[in-house]
Write a protein that binds this ligand. Structure first.
Ligand SMILES: Nc1ncnc2c1ncn2[C@@H]1O[C@H](COP(=O)(O)OP(=O)(O)OP(=O)(O)O)[C@@H](O)[C@H]1O
Ligand code: NI
Length: 358
């Protein structure tokens, strides 16, 4: 529940998305919970392979065999349970309610149609516009995303656009669908730092103007600092820390978050890939029986190898949580271990009741 008592626009709870491969089951997203309130930007940050894109694709209804969302997963959007949607209902909501901008704008733009045709097509499908009014609206949208000389560029093909301009065109196409909600999966990663900053500014402006809610996925803590109101830090399929952005930077609690922050050169520079915590993200191929970060954690102790950490509130209020056996603060190691063991047991029982694994 949002602090002001308003229902969040999106509520993800106990989302478990797995992939069945020949030799194992990959728990790509392993029981995550988070909300997005109306008009806010929630960041999801973590190294490669932590489950960020699978989270986005789960929300968008784009998980295909051998992938599956397990029973007990819930994605509530604007009062509707998306996990119960049919393919057609999902298609409709992808058209009008939820838009996605991915790292590769090629995926969203068709090379054989002009940019204008594609935007006008979206306007026709979603707003019933056609002819000259649709063309004028398409020009307005290209102008809204700061594409110069919009009327002329409307008749160009995607390959005639630079990378940054293509990404803007994709955002314009999303806006043609009038979404309430935008999922941006590393939309600026392939772009140079200046263009990246411009796209971030554009998203902020659009948000202010249209009241958009945004999930913004990135490896880059610098980008998170610029764009997010609240942040989910993901590691190996789990959210290990959640906090308002200022608090995350001022007082990170999880050793993984601390590692990510230490990896930012000068903390403000953008575009740097995080790769300085020694070791790699493990592929989760079984439900968590321990802390998945423990093998790389500088402060891990015995119990971390035996108990799967559960979210603990680490500041006043309930907005900042860390899933780590270092918390609750002020308790002995044995007390903390017991706290997490009990919470993990409760979570397992909850899952069993709702039909999820294990
Ligand atoms: N179709 C698939 N089949 C099998 N495993 C998959 C599939 N898609 C994703 N995975 C696995 O799920 C895990 C999470 O992948 P995901 O793409 O969500 O990571 P990510 O955090 O988005 O990483 P990146 O920053 O590299 O984009 C990885 O271990 C990945 O190998
Ligand atoms: Ni990804």
């Amino acid at each position: 529940m949002a602090a002001n008592g308003e229902e969040p626009l999106l509520s993800v709870s106990n989302l478990q998305t797995v992939f069945y491969t020949d030799k194992e089951t990959i728990y790509a997203v392993d029981g995550i919970d988070f909300d997005v309130k109306r008009g806010e930007t929630v960041g999801i940050v973590g190294e490669s392979g932590s489950g960020k894109s699978v989270t986005a694709r789960s929300i968008m209804g784009l998980i295909e065999s051998p992938g599956k969302m397990l029973e007990g997963s819930s994605i509530r959007f604007d009062g509707q349970e998306l996990t119960e949607f049919s393919a057609e209902e999902y298609q409709a909501i992808r058209g009008s309610g939820i838009g996605m901008v991915s790292q590769d704008p090629q995926q969203s733009l068709n090379p054989v149609y002009t940019v204008g045709n594609q935007i006008m097509e979206a306007l026709e499908v979603n707003r019933g516009m056609s002819g000259e009014p649709a063309r004028q609206e398409a020009i307005d949208l290209l102008e809204a995303v700061a594409i110069p000389d919009a009327a002329r560029r409307l008749d160009e093909y995607p390959h005639e656009f630079s990378g940054g301009m293509r990404q803007r065109a994709v955002i314009a196409m999303m806006l043609a669908c009038d979404p309430e909600f935008l999922i941006c999966d590393e939309p600026t990663t392939a772009l140079d730092v200046t263009i990246q900053a411009q796209i971030l500014e554009l998203l902020r402006d659009l948000q202010a103007e249209h009241g958009l809610s945004i999930i913004f996925i990135t490896h880059d803590m610098g980008v998170i600092a610029e764009i997010a109101d609240r942040v989910n830090v993901m590691y190996a399929g789990e959210i290990v820390e959640q906090a308002p952005v200022e608090e995350l930077f001022a007082d990170p609690k999880h050793p993984y978050t601390r590692g990510l922050l230490e990896a930012i050169p000068g903390r403000t520079e953008q575009g740097e890939q995080l790769r300085t915590i020694e070791g790699d993200v493990p592929t989760p191929n079984a439900p968590a029986e321990h802390c998945r970060f423990a093998p790389r954690c500088p402060v891990a102790f015995d119990a971390c190898e035996r108990i799967p950490p559960q979210p603990v509130t680490v500041e006043d209020g309930d907005e900042h949580t860390a899933s780590c056996l270092l918390y609750p603060e002020g308790e002995t190691e044995a007390e903390r271990a017991e706290h997490h063991r009990a919470a993990a047991g409760e979570r397992r029982r909850g899952r069993a009741e709702s039909g999820g694994e294990p």
